[in-house]
Ligand binder design. Sequence first.
Ligand SMILES: [Zn+2]
Length: 177
Amino acid sequence: MPDIRPTVGSGALVLNATYEPLCVVSVRRAAILVLTAKAVCVADGDGVLHSARDSLPVPSVVRLTRFVRVPFRAHVGLSRRAIFARDGWRCAYCRGPAETIDHVLPRSRGGRHSWENVVAACARCNHTKGDKTPAELGWRLPAPPTAPKGIAWRVLGHRPPDPRWVDWLDLREPEAA
Ligand SMILES: [Zn+2]
């Protein structure tokens, strides 16, 4: 394997041979795919990668030369960062900056740890809410929480998308509120 020293830390978007977005990998991994002819670079990033013998532009988007069948991951993993990203880092109750995760129906009352029952919340609202439901406090959620959908979420998760990837990821979908 060539000794590649990437100059940037951001990742590269990998497309299937059919241009379907698959995943995000490190720039180093994307460069190796290109150097071993497993992928072609379709959009350059910033800078140049150097190896002992080669140098090539930092890949930002690469396309696999052969189609790979990928098991379809239907569900977006429920993580703290993913919940914050879905809710725009805003408290679901007061719209202030969110620092905590709140279970809408409290866990002590049988509330599940699922996309439909978690929201980002500020510490103050979370503390005030305690073991109560929003209805008991006269609070209203702007919309019922749902699992994020769409190809961008499946590929990116909580990662902020690189602007060079918008042509391949349908980022014009309405954001899950
Ligand atoms: Zn709040």
